[in-house]
Every structure is written in C-alpha cells, then in structure tokens.
Ligand binder design. Structure first.
Ligand SMILES: NC(=O)c1ccc[n+]([C@@H]2O[C@H](COP(=O)([O-])OP(=O)(O)OC[C@H]3O[C@@H](n4cnc5c(N)ncnc54)[C@H](O)[C@@H]3O)[C@@H](O)[C@H]2O)c1
Length: 448
C-alpha cells in the first residue's frame, strides 16, 4: 500500500549535513529535469556537484547560466557559485567519488525498430557511479523507465562496485513529475514526491531526503516496480485521453459540430475531463511512455490495445492536419505552394522541440512536394537538424506565404488576428485562435 510521509526528525540531520557540505549531492544530467533539481537543492542550501556530457551545458552552468527557459535556474546556479556550494565537474567518476547522494537525471528515450527504451545514458551513468561508489551512498534514479529497469538493469550495474544495494549503499527510484516552465515550483510547492527503495532502508532514507525539498511530502510505494509503473500510467492516461479528444474532434468536423463548445459544456460535468485535440503529441514524455507500456505488455504477453490505438491516433494527427489545411490553399499546386508553420516547440511556452509534431508536418509537406516551407517560433532560436528556414520574426515568416498552419499553442499566437498573419488562410491545429478575427480560418474541431 502507498504510504504518505512528511518530513520527520531524521530530515533535520540530513538537512543540516547538506547545508554544512558534510553530505554532497551530485546531479547527473543538467537538462530539463536535472537543472531544476540541482536548483531546488541549491535553494535548500545544499552543496551540489553537477555533471553533464555536453561541454556547452557545463560551460553555461559554470557561468551561472542555462540554455533552458526554466524560471529560477540561472539564479540558483549563480547564487550557488557565489556561495561556493555549486561545482560543475567534467568527470562522472570523480563526481561519484566526491558526492554522497547521486541524483540521476539523464534521458531515457526510444530507439530501434520496433521502438524500445534506450537505456544507454542511464547505464553509462550507473557504471560511472559504480566506479566511485562508497558505503553509505544513496543513488536516486529519476527518469521514467519500463517497469523492472531499476532492479533488473541499473542495480546490477551499480553492484559491479562490489558493494550490495540495501546493505552497503541505498537505491531510490523517484520518478520526476515536473512540467517544463514551472519545474522548480512543481517540486517545491505543487506535487508530492513518489519514492520507492530497493528495500525498507532505502525507502526510509529516500523519503527523509526528498521530503526536504518536496513541501507536499512524499508518497512511498511498496516497491520500485510500482513507482516505475505509476509514472508511465500518468503518461498513458494523458496520451489515450488526447487520442479520444482527437477522435471526437474529427467526428465533430464531419457532423458539423463545434468540438470546442461541446467539450467545454461536457467538462462542466464533474466526471468528464475531455482533453484538448491537437496537431500531434510531442515532447520527451507523453509520446514515449506508452511505448514503454507496450514494450512491457509484449514481454508479459498482456493486452495493450487501447494504449496502442491511442498512440496510433495521436501519431496520425500531423498528417491529418496537413490534409485538412491544404483544403484551404485554394487549389494551388503543391510545388508552387508556400506554407508557414507557426511553432516548432512541442508545446506552448517552452523551447523544447523534442519529438515536436512540427517535424512530422514538415516531412508530410515535403512528401506532398510543397515548394516552400518556413517555420516560425518565438522561443526556438535555432535548430541545426532543420533544413527549412526558421525565424522568430513573424512578418519574415509570412512573407509570400499562401497558407499558415498553427502547430504550437504558444501564448503569443492566441491573440493573433487574420491581419497579423497577412490575411493568409490559416489552419489552427490547436484550437486557440478566435474565429471572429479571421476571414479564412479552418482548424481542428470545427471551431465556430
Ligand atoms: N522534460 C520533462 O518535462 C520531464 C518530466 C518528467 C520526467 N522526465 C524524465 O526525465 C528524463 C530526462 O529528461 P530531460 O527532459 O531532463 O532530458 P534533457 O535531454 O533535457 O536533459 C538530459 C541531460 O542529460 C545529459 N546527458 C545525456 N547523457 C548523459 C550522460 N551519459 N552523462 C551525463 N549527462 C548526460 C544531456 O546532455 C542533457 O543535458 C526523461 O527521459 C524523462 O524520463 C522529463
């Protein structure tokens, strides 16, 4: 049974040791998760050593800067540097030798065909930690992983140190649940931490440790597999519900109903939570976790039909939106068509482009033979993987355009009018534009 815990007396001693520097925290991976985690520990007064495989990320951190748009991170790094409590190492083994608590925040994405979890970075970090591991150390694993990964893959790598988990050192699984753009607030104020240990001692230590930074306390699960699974359930729930919204939005278009109005009214019923429909699901989390569940179901020979269907539905949305949008182009042949895509970030308010549906839309437009494709994003300034023009200047992006497709729900876009977009026909792939401000607007869910 899951147990709720609050900060107890033990926290005081850990907390004091962290503040005095007697205990040091290492953060492996200074990305969207690791940077706010390092920041939260710095804000709690702890001594933090960070390591990242990217020299650029390390250089930024050493100057008290970050490549991310995450509020509070640069300030926390700068203060930590000024107070000599923040160090950035190049060597992951030295990082392990010089720290007592190791928080692992590297990504686990998908690779291969059929796609499965790519544990390369996680195993690499675990192996570096093992080389510097000392009795009494605590290893906290943050990334979302297929159930069983920590016990079957990571602990054996850590035990190559010849120390035993739960008797010599402690292993905690703590799935990160933050929302990019308000990550520090999520950890410090909004969510309880989910904690599971390799055994009872690890669970107690993990709960004491994490309740220092999670003001909402901790929820401990009986074992690591349950905590690994709960995180995937959060993602699958959202993916499947987005797929349901997408399916209903497409139906509404066919039967001449405004999906957005129907949705708003339906959601006034307390048990109904219809999600938003949209041009596709991107990011490092929601499109990825259902694949981990599918991978686990295949290994266990269990059914996974709804998860699979949801994934397929959401995956089909970029090409569906292109098909619908091209109907607004007034018969211009593809080779002569100039299309502007609004948004490269995978969702509004972030500069993270991982698995953004915009890439799939570009692919689809190219497949059809569209002559010119331009991408606008107010927050993404560069993308070396992109072979079409990217600009943050809206007028430049729209110059000569025959059609615009809104892909990302950036706040900056929601107040735009037809005139702001050069009066080109617009396909609203997120349902955020006001139809009264446009002469030629189409969009997902038939907004009226
Ligand atoms: N981004 C989110 O909002 C979010 C939310 C909840 C959970 N998660 C989980 O957290 C994991 C990490 O996500 P993220 O968004 O921080 O990824 P990210 O790509 O933003 O950051 C990962 C960082 O790790 C570094 N790195 C990669 N391999 C490394 C290695 N071998 N050694 C040292 N550093 C290495 C990268 O250079 C990068 O800076 C995800 O896989 C996901 O499971 C992410």
């Amino acid at each position: 049974m899951a147990r709720k815990g609050k900060a107890g007396p033990k926290d005081q001693s850990i907390s004091a040791k962290l503040r005095s520097g007697k205990l040091k925290i290492a953060v492996y991976g200074l990305g969207n998760v690791g940077s706010p985690i390092a920041s939260v520990w710095l804000r709690a007064g702890a001594h933090v050593i960070a390591v990242d495989k990217s020299p650029e990320v390390r250089d930024y951190a050493r100057k008290g800067k970050t490549l991310l748009l995450e509020p509070g991170v640069a300030e926390a790094f700068s203060r930590g540097l000024k107070e000599k409590r923040f160090q950035v190492y190049d060597d992951p083994v030295q990082t392990s030798s010089d720290s007592d608590i190791k928080m692992v925040c590297v990504p686990v994405l998908l690779s291969g065909s059929p796609q499965s979890a790519d544990l390369g970075a996680l195993v690499q970090v675990a192996s570096s930690i093992a080389k510097g591991l000392k009795p009494g150390d605590v290893v906290v694993i943050n990334p979302s992983v297929p159930p069983g990964t920590t016990e079957d893959v990571i602990i054996p790598v850590l035990e190559k140190s010849s120390l035993k988990a739960e008797s010599d050192f402690f292993v905690v699984y703590n799935p990160e649940r933050i929302y990019e753009g308000r990550a520090i607030q999520d950890v410090e104020q909004s969510y309880p931490a989910i904690v599971a240990g390799a055994g009872p001692k690890s669970t107690v230590i993990g709960s004491s440790l994490l309740s220092i930074i999670y003001k909402k306390g901790v929820i401990a699960t009986d074992n690591i597999r349950t905590a690994e699974t709960e995180k995937l359930l959060e993602g699958v729930y959202r993916d499947v519900n987005i797929a349901l919204a997408n399916e209903m939005a497409k139906l509404c278009e066919k039967i001449g109903v405004d999906f957005w109005q129907a949705r708003e009214v339906a959601n006034s019923q307390p048990f109904c939570h219809i999600h938003r429909a949209g041009a596709g699901v991107g990011g490092a989390c929601i499109p990825v976790y259902p694949q981990f569940i599918i991978q686990a179901a295949e290994a266990a020979k269990a059914d996974c039909n709804i998860t699979r269907l949801g994934r397929n539905t959401n995956d089909s949305m970029p090409s569906y939106c292109v098909e619908q949008a091209l109907k607004l182009a007034g018969g211009i042949i593809p080779a002569e068509l100039s299309v502007t895509l609004l948004g490269l970030a995978f969702r509004g308010g972030v500069s993270d482009t991982r698995l953004s549906p915009t890439y799939r839309i570009i692919e689809e437009l190219k497949r059809i033979g569209v002559g010119r494709i331009t991408v606008h994003d107010p927050l993404v300034k560069a993308d070396p993987t992109l072979d079409v023009k990217l600009t943050s200047d809206l007028a430049e992006a729209l110059a000569g355009a025959d059609l615009a497709i809104l892909v990302t729900d950036h706040k900056q876009y929601s107040s735009l009018s037809g005139a702001d977009l050069g009066n080109v026909p617009v396909y609203d792939g997120r349902g955020i534009l006001d139809p009264r401000k446009f002469a030629r607007l189409g969009g997902i869910g038939n907004r009226k």
